[in-house]
Design a binder for this molecule. Structure first.
Ligand SMILES: [Zn+2]
Length: 191
């Protein structure tokens, strides 16, 4: 049901009946989200709950109100440890058939154009969830970063944070040395 594409006529029927769809979906079924997830989380225990309410409020297009909740196992971009990212998201969509029809949708709505293949609830949910994520999710409390990852704890001790800029620049220093060595090698060859 979630992954199925729903045609506009069927959407109108569902909206007319005020149909409600509640489902727990495994993250592996949401491919674009699954691609982002931490590899530490392959136990399959993570799910998203989707509560979708279709409605027809007489505006000429089916409407969808949706609540998505659950957790995503992400990689913290500060410590690379597992980050349980809480999802608690409401969105409201007008589902239209053409770009021209988009103009009839009031500003209060986001709108999605259902193409000839219809509308996919899984796609719409994926769009909204991905749009809600920060570019670089990190543990809200930076102390968690140290405690969550033994590997990183060891790394932090080995390379204190204030030395990071030098660490970052070092490849260029190495390159400089390589260039000099290359020149010397060239000099030797030409002699
Ligand atoms: Zn972290």
């Amino acid at each position: 049901m979630l992954a199925d594409r729903i045609g506009i006529p069927q959407l109108r029927e569902m909206a007319g009946r005020s149909e409600r769809v509640v489902a727990d979906i495994e993250l592996s079924e949401l491919q674009r989200i699954a691609d982002l997830l931490s590899r530490e989380s392959a136990d399959g225990s993570y799910r998203l709950r989707i509560e979708a309410q279709f409605a027809d409020h007489g505006r000429g297009y089916p409407e969808l109100e949706c609540h998505v909740s659950g957790r995503l196992p992400l990689d913290c971009q500060r410590c690379l440890g597992l980050l349980d990212w809480n999802i608690d998201l409401d969105f409201r969509l007008a589902i239209v058939q053409s770009d021209a029809e988009l103009d009839t949708v009031t500003d209060r709505f986001d709108a999605i154009v259902a193409d000839e293949h219809g509308f996919s609830l899984a796609d719409a949910v994926s769009d909204e969830v991905l749009g809600s994520l920060p570019l670089a999710p990190v543990h809200a409390d930076s102390n968690r970063c140290v405690t969550d990852s033994e590997y990183i704890r060891a790394k932090l001790v080995a390379t204190p944070a204030e030395h990071e800029p030098e660490q970052v620049n070092r490849p260029f220093a190495d390159l400089d040395v390589l260039v000099k060595q290359g020149k010397q090698a060239g000099d030797t060859d030409s002699n």
